[in-house]
Structures are given as C-alpha cells and as structure tokens.
Design a protein around this ligand. Structure first.
Ligand code: TXA
Ligand code: MG
Length: 346
C-alpha cells in the first residue's frame, strides 16, 4: 500500500485534512498528531478497519483502544451511567491528555474495547486532531502510531519509520506536545484509579478528588500481558535498559561504575541522564533528558531518545530517574516499562 504523507504547518490547510477525514469516513487508516503522541485511527463504525489497526501494529488483540471525539456531548453516545465527576473532569481537562474509562454502550464494537464492558474516551488537545475529528464526524479509535512494543511516536518521521506502506495517510504536523500518552483514569471501580499516568498529573486530579482521593501509582500496567509469567517490555528500545532510582549522587556513582564495566567489555553504552551530568560517565554516549526538576522536558524527550538509541545501535542503556512528582510520575512509569521492570532502587 502507498501511504500518502501530508506535511501540515497548521490546521487551516483544510484540503488535506478533508481528504484525510474522507479516508476515515470510508474505513481507512489515518495517523495524526495529538498533544500527547501520534495516533493511528479508524472510525469505530468500521470494525474491519479497527482489526487492521491491530494487524499493522502487531498489537495483542486483548488490548483495547481509546476512542477520540471532538465534543464532550458525544460521550453520551459511547458511554452510559456516566458519573457526574466525569463531566467535572471533562470540563476541566478536555481537550487534553486525560482518557476516561466508563461503562460502554452497545454501539461501541467489541473490536474497540477488546470485549470489555467499558470504553476509554478522550478529546485530544491538538488543533489538527480536533479539526480532523470534526471533519470526519465519527468517533475515531486510535492507539499510539507505533509498532507494538516500540516507543510511541512523537514525530511524523517516527510514524513513517513504523507504519509507512501499511496505512493510508500520515499527517505530519511536527512534534507532538507532551511526548507521553494520556493519563488513563478508570471511573468504573469503587475508587477512581489511574491505569496509566500521563500529562494530567496526580496533583491535578487531586484538585478534583481531594488529597488521596485517587489511586495513582507509577508501577501500574494498564495493558498487562495476558499470558501469566510473560515479561512484558513496552516502549522498549532494542538494547536492554536498566534504570536506577535513589539519591542522585548515589545513582550517578553506580551508573559510572556500570558504564566502566560495560565499556571495558567492549560494549557501546548510552546513558539517559539529566543536564549537568554530560561529563559524569566517561566512555558512554550521553543523551540528555533535560533539567532534572523540569520533568516535562524528560517527557518530551524520552521516546525520541529511546528511538535514537536504536538508531545508534548501542548495546546497553542506563537511565537516571526523574522526580516522581507531576509529569515525572508518568516519565518514571514509561522508564519502568521500557526497562521491562528493571528499576533498581538504591
Ligand atoms: O495519548 C494517548 O492516549 C494516545 C493518543 C493517540 O491519543 N493513545 C494511546 O493509545 O496511547 P494506546 O492504545 O497506545 O493506549 C491505550 C491505553 C492502553 O493502555 C489500554 O490498555 C488502555 O488505554 N485502555 C483502553 N481502553 C480501556 C478500557 N476500556 N479499560 C481499561 N484500559 C483501557
Ligand atoms: Mg501505545
């Protein structure tokens, strides 16, 4: 299949967006930017197209998709028994990086929800995504536009690297904003629970639910492997990643030693570290996650740097930890998953 790639400087370029919306309306697959990462979508009225999304990504079919809509009102078409707090959250955080898990309505096909009785919904806060959804006029199910297991795409060229030739259209509108996927919040249980931390942080949710009113651990895996005992690596670079958590100085010392050992063994080593540590790990290729106390920078860079490690062909990667507050919690969660759980607490 030939993939058409549109480069959009702004959403006023309606001809191309209209064409992409037509593709969605006729059961095609379109990759588009959001304020979190790039997604690859199909209209939920085409179950075959939804199945193709799973095929092209190589995604396990028990992992449900998020439905994207442009207007809060449309939530009523997809979900039932919507608690009033959902509307409060929608008011406050939509459009934006918050996905709500609610009881599903029968119109949402099983292909989207992987047969669950719930549905995940969000309004993306990116002008191109919003315009595309408005023009398509149908809810669009869209996972991140990467091959399953790889880091999510934050640039149009990352999408092309994984999906060129497999989908109808890629809309490249420059870097996605936050760089990590949306916060997934389950409102169907006894207590609101974050299934995946993201750009809407625990602190922001506590403004609605009160302190401690929402469960938000960083070691949480919304998309667990269905086979018990299987080690699940998600967002994973090709080389093994080991992450160290603890006092910054101690972490630095341990990584320096690990780098020395690996370099002497003839390995090519990368370190994902914070500004100021450029010279701290002789022999390693240093990739900066930005300023330690501005975890938004790490969020923006993490997936891009994991892909960069693949491009460079390093043999092993060591990572420093961000603070586990604000969006740092989401960065920590993705590092943990990319490391296949290999986070060493010092
Ligand atoms: O920021 C984002 O959310 C991006 C952009 C494209 O919108 N999308 C995204 O989709 O990250 P995906 O498929 O890569 O991740 C969807 C997550 C998965 O962890 C999935 O298990 C969870 O949402 N999810 C979807 N439906 C669910 C449901 N009904 N119950 C629980 N978790 C659900
Ligand atoms: Mg994904």
């Amino acid at each position: 299949m030939k993939t058409v790639i549109y480069h959009l400087p702004n959403p006023q370029d309606e001809t191309e967006l209209r064409h992409a919306a037509d593709i969605l309306r006729t059961g095609g697959l379109v990759a588009f930017p959001t304020e979190t990462v790039y997604g690859v979508g199909a209209a939920i009225t085409f179950p075959d197209a939804i199945r193709r999304i799973f095929e092209v990504k190589g995604r396990p079919n028990d992992n449900p998709l998020i439905v994207h809509i442009p207007e809060p009102e449309q939530l009523k078409d997809l979900a039932e028994d919507i608690p009033s707090v959902a509307w409060t959250l929608a008011d406050r955080f939509w459009p934006g990086p918050l996905t709500l898990v609610l009881k599903r309505k029968g119109v949402v096909p099983d292909e989207v929800t992987a047969g669950l009785s719930t549905v995940a919904v969000r309004i993306p806060g990116h002008p191109v995504a919003l315009k595309l959804l408005q023009l398509a006029g149908l809810p669009v199910a869209a996972p991140s536009a990467n091959l399953s297991g790889r880091p999510s795409p934050t640039l149009g060229k990352d999408v092309a690297e994984d999906l060129n030739g497999k989908i109808d259209v890629i809309i490249d509108a420059g870097p996605a904003g936050i760089g990590l996927e949306s916060t997934v919040l389950d409102l169907t249980g006894p207590q609101p629970r974050v299934l995946r931390p993201g750009g809407v942080t625990r602190e922001m949710l506590e403004e609605v639910f009160g302190p401690g009113g929402v469960e938000a651990p960083w070691r949480v895996e919304a998309d667990k492997p269905s086979a018990p005992g299987m080690k699940y690596r998600h967002y994973a670079p090709k080389a093994p990643l080991k992450v160290f958590s603890g006092f910054r100085k101690q972490v630095e010392d341990v990584i320096r030693l690990k780098v020395q050992e690996n370099v002497s063994a003839g390995h090519r080593v990368a370190v994902l570290g914070f500004d100021g540590n450029e010279q701290a790990f002789p022999g390693a290729e240093f990739l900066s996650l930005g300023c330690w106390d501005r975890p938004e920078e790490a969020a923006q860079r993490l997936f891009r740097l994991l892909r960069e490690c693949d491009r460079r062909g390093v043999n092993v990667i060591f990572g420093e930890c961000p603070p586990k507050t604000g969006v740092g919690l989401a960065v920590m969660n993705r590092l943990w998953k990319a490391a296949g759980g290999d986070v060493i607490e010092l």
